[in-house]
Ligand binder design. Sequence first.
Ligand code: PMP
Length: 364
Amino acid sequence: MARVWNFSAGPAALPTPVLERARAELLELGASGMSVMEMSHRSAEFVALKREVERKLRAAAGIPDSHRVLFLQGGASLQFAMVPINLLGGRSASYAHTGHWGSKAIEEAKRIGRVSLATDSKANKFTTVAPVSEWSVDAEAAYLHYTPNETIAGVEFHAVPAVAAPLVADLSSSILSRPFDFAAHALTYAGAQKNMGPAGLTVVVLREDALRAAPPGTASMLDYRAHLAAPDGMLNTPPTYSVYLLGLTLDWLAEQGGVAAMAERNAAKAAALYAYIDGSGYYRNPVDPAWRSRMNVPFMIGSGSASDLALEAGFLAGCKAAGLANLEGHRSVGGMRASLYNAMPMAGVAALIDYMREFARNHG
Ligand code: PMP
């Protein structure tokens, strides 16, 4: 078996030691006589495991005691709805429209209440973001929602936006990749399938006092308060295996030196790839350098002519033989995209750059 360098945007590569440990523990967790998948979520073993995973997540991410943690399902996409349902309280919300996932969050919020755009980068094709000082955040807004890392266009905030409204952030593609100020946010959420583990688990971190009454008729599964009030935050069966794998990933992260060490590695990986792209005279990344993502690096060949597209198809077709996988750009933008989450080591980035250099030499 040969594991490839997997540049998937998500579900994404997991650290090999995490998978090896999961395999070793697959049939029996501890001395329980069963797999973690076969345990009741209310069993003493699983409740202890879940508490321990939350403790490790709090420690790794720096989540303060002022904030509660929920392990939910439904992906970040369900949070696009749960946030307005539980935070609007009849008011309006401001959204920073800085990419595809922000658009999805806005569409969903509009089904529930009034939304205004604090900033909109659609006109520049999501390649940069206006300075926060130029945003217009509705003074009455219940919250400002933004996407610290837009996974598709590869646009990342490198600072928390300084606005007066309570902040809500979609951390799906950046959680645990760098230090993050949870205390400065009323609510954050992230699907696990990029930096935390397999799909199925959504982590929500919230300050309880940011919640407002959900509209009458709201199902309890859509009400954060119902989840928070349930024993151990489990209103129903959580994705137990994904919670377990998050725990293994957090153990691995601690062995790697934690989030601060990971942030340095992520910065070095992204810097190496952007430096190669910019200096290549062959590939290009369209994003304003001040807003480039360290997690998702889209790149193209040329300027979209038919022969450029043929070259990109050839580039992607040759990846397999080079042991590189999932470099196709998102279907909405085309080209290529390399996702460099925590589990991708510098060696994988170096292998990609070698292949890119070779391809440019042969086809440039
Ligand atoms: N937000 C961001 C930033 C994402 O990258 C994604 C998934 N790629 C989503 C939301 C949607 O996540 P899910 O499929 O878990 O709903």
